[in-house]
Structure formats: structure tokens, C-alpha cells
Design a protein. Sequence first.
Length: 272
Amino acid sequence: MNFHTDQPPFRFRQGTRPLLISMPHVGTHVPPQLAARFTAEARHVPDTDWHLERLYDFADGLGASVLVATHSRYVIDLNRPPDGASLYPGQSVTGLCPVDTFDDTPLYADAADAPGDAEIAARRDALWQPYHAQLAQELERLRAQHGIAMLWDAHSIRSVLPRFFAGKLTDLNLGTAGGASCDPALAQELLAIAQAAPGYTAVLNGRFKGGHITRSYGDPARKVHAVQLEMTQCSYMQEHLPFDYLPEIASVVQPHVRRMLQAMLAFAQANG
């Protein structure tokens, strides 16, 4: 089956400071011919990282560049390796072009409609490659201009998902690829900010250590420092349909996220 979309693969705003915020899972667009193959549940794209642009509405004020996916992770997951290799061997994961939801229900009404190799390659060419080309290009621009580049990969997830973890997830999950993608002192500073946030739990390199983006682009030896934040969605929004943003709840966690990004910029200023 061919793949066609009339939507651009991403939205991008270029900032003035050495920080790029990537949002690879906020997209909700599913091309109509693909949506027709989905189940009714899948057409609601429930596993979206909803409302992160709104949660990070202070990003422009910080001078950050912002890269935002437009298409649903059900079309292609921009935070997976292009060959579909598992990020967490031995654990349940969703693939480059998923066939199931986080609740382990099928995406496709007919299993025979799942994408084959040619369609996966077409989706990769149309969406995955352009997003990553823009990400890599912007990090190189920042490094050339400022002597350092900071990458923040922004994510959120339902707080209870038995497929992936037991019980309720820690609220603020910082990932630095087990320490490989970011200066260790900066990682500890970010963790301290998260742990000091009253009412929230925090961990560094716990269940979520960073996906393909964090692991591939973080290179402290080249002065490129990458951090993933996986937040519980209950920290700022309604976790089930209609997935509403909850401004009063979001406004409590926002200053702590902002503080972490300010720490990224302060590190860049001191080490660029």
C-alpha cells in the first residue's frame, strides 16, 4: 500500500539561544486513507503526548528553538530507530510503525491492513527522515553559533499503563541514556530541581532512559547535551477522553519544567 499525506512533517520555530525542544509525539494527524484502516479506538489517537506545546508555552520566551511533529505516532514513531530495533530489549514496546495501542489493543481493524515493508519505508521517507534532518541541522547550527547545543526531548504519558510499568509512574522521568547523552553534573542538577518540586515524584534514568532521539543526538564530547523528560499526563491534563488540558493543574508543574530548561541554558552559557 502507498503512503500519502498532504500535511508537512513538522512545525519549526527557530530561537536565539542554544536550546532545542523536540516534541516527537504531539502530532495527531492521520491521513484519511490510513485512518480508514484503523479501529474506532485508534482514530482517537489516545497515546498522543497531548498539549505539550501549551504546557511549554514559555519556550519562545526562553529563546528556545521548537520542533513539533504533526503526524500521530501511530503513523510513524519519530523516537524509534529507523530500522525498528527495540529500545528496551526484553520489555514490551511499540514499534516504528505501531500495530497496537499502549493498552495492547490492535490499531488496525483488519490485521491484514498492517503496514508492510514498502509502506513503512514510504512513511519513514515522508515523515521520519525530514524530522530528523531538521533536528540534526538545528543542533549543528546551535553548536556552530554558540559553541554548544542543548536538546530537550519533551514527552508525556498516562500515569498508569500496566503494559509498560507496574503501578503509577513517577511524575518527572528524566532520561540521559544512562548518563551517556548529557554531562553528569547537569543531569544531577536537573534531578535536584525535579525532586524539589513539591507534590511530584522524580527519577533519573528510571523506566524511561531516553528514546532514539536522546540516545542518538546526545554527545557531550562534542558539546551536544540531550535530556528526555517523560511526564505523567495527570500532572497537567485529563488522561482519558476527551484529553482536556487542565490549566489550574498545569500551572503548578510548569514553573518546575521551566526551571529545568533555565538550568540547561545556564549550563550552556557557562560551558559554551
